[in-house]
Design a protein around this ligand. Structure first.
Ligand code: NAG
Ligand code: NAG
Ligand code: CA
Ligand code: CA
Length: 375
């Protein structure tokens, strides 16, 4: 019953979004349904989701542990597992030192002004270490094996999958879609273990980015690894790789010398993916060249969660290590995904940004971690 309501709510509000976005269809995005900014949907969706969490909480007996994932899966919990810890050394992503410095964050020439890409502003970030790659399925599996962590999508029992990667038999069982973005289907049994729907698995994609992870799932993984999510400023500084005021991590040309530098969408979205970059779906991490900082897939492949709450209002006062607003309804994600095409989702630029409610999960959203010291 609760579930039914949740879907109805989502449905009603997405219909509203459709009207709002109708006038700027060229900029509507193939990002996960998120209850677009401004229509209040995100709140409805989250409330519905919380109800669902409470439901499942009823089944958990004697849960005396803290429900804060950052605590539950912290180092303290892990140190009693020397076995898992040794294994983890091999499975964690290597990190690179990103020297601190100043950079111009955002842009005065926004590709999607409504996203709050501007104004361009001077920002200083202190040095930090960053995973050179998106967290992979194998890495996430080692975390789950060591901790027994259950993701939010697994608790909810479903997640959003891009219809283009679902099998026909699963697709045929689904009657709902998201009005504003009909290519997103809520799929029962889709989660990080079954990224393309219940009849899929990760056997052959262990080195691809983990998907269907919520913001809390990402936070839990990073804190288990003694890391954390990057702030938006850290992420964007790292994305730019020391280049000033350029569109992409490698410069201003999308395909220098005819080469692909990121896993994006070629062809007509959402009907035809010509896969000129060789990948219809996600690619193994590090399949495209790194930027000057040694970071792979900052643009494209999977979207990446950051720690910041979403706002489109930014101060132009110089900022040191900004962490975004103190609260909000959506979290910032960066970098775009394999589903991004200029016609629909020109968001694989370093200044580009988008948002999801923290409980959202989908088949194009993952993360990477950072830390203050080397691990
Ligand atoms: C996790 O556990 C499963 C089942 O025991 C095993 O097949 C898999 O290799 C483990 N994965 C990692 C990364 O340790
Ligand atoms: C995983 O999927 C492949 C097809 O991609 C299939 O051949 C294999 O049997 C599946 N493995 C499991 C454990 O379900
Ligand atoms: Ca591609
Ligand atoms: Ca990425």
């Amino acid at each position: 019953m609760v579930r039914c309501f949740a879907l109805c709510f989502l449905f009603t509000c997405v219909n509203t979004v459709w009207h709002i976005q109708g006038s700027c269809a060229a900029q509507s995005e193939p990002s996960a349904p998120r209850g677009a900014a401004g229509c209040g949907c995100e709140k409805l969706k989250r409330d519905a989701a919380l109800e669902r969490v409470e439901d499942s909480a009823v089944c958990v007996e004697d849960s005396t542990e803290s429900s804060d994932p950052a605590h539950k899966y912290s180092r303290g919990a892990r140190e009693s597992l020397p076995e898992a810890r040794r294994e983890e050394k091999n499975t964690q992503s290597p990190m690179v030192l990103i020297s601190g410095g100043q950079f111009l964050m955002g842009t005065d020439d926004p590709g999607i002004p409504a996203d709050g890409e501007g104004p361009q502003r001077l920002v200083h970030v202190d040095a930090f270490y960053m995973d050179i790659q998106e967290v992979t399925n194998q890495q996430f599996q080692s975390f789950v094996n060591a901790t027994g962590y259950v993701t939010e999508a697994e608790k909810f029992g479903d997640s959003f999958v891009f219809e283009g990667i679902l099998s026909e038999s699963v697709k045929n069982q689904i009657t709902q879609a998201v009005a504003a973005a009909p290519w997103w289907l809520p799929v029962k049994g889709a989660n990080w273990r079954h990224p393309d729907g219940p009849d899929s698995n990760i056997t052959y994609v262990l080195d691809h980015p983990v998907l269907h992870v919520s913001w809390a799932d990402a936070v839990a993984y990073c804190s288990w690894a003694n890391r954390r999510l990057p702030t938006e400023a850290e992420w964007e500084y790292a994305c730019r790789g020391g280049l000033k005021d350029k569109l992409y991590p490698w410069g201003n040309k999308l395909n220098p010398k005819g080469q692909h530098y990121a896993n994006l969408w070629q062809g007509d979205f959402p009907n035809h993916n010509s896969a000129e970059d060789r990948y219809i779906k996600t690619s193994p991490v590090k399949s495209f060249p790194a930027n000057a900082f040694g970071l792979y897939d900052m643009a494209g492949n999977a979207w990446e969660w950051t720690s910041d709450w979403w706002t489109v209002h930014h101060t132009i006062d110089q900022q040191h290590n900004p962490t975004g607003p103190p609260s909000g309804t959506d979290k910032v994600k960066k970098g775009g995904s394999y589903m991004c095409h200029k016609s629909y989702c020109y968001r694989y630029r370093c200044a580009a940004r988008s948002q999801n409610t923290p409980d959202s999960a989908s088949s194009n959203l993952g993360f990477r971690c950072v830390s203050r010291g080397q691990r």
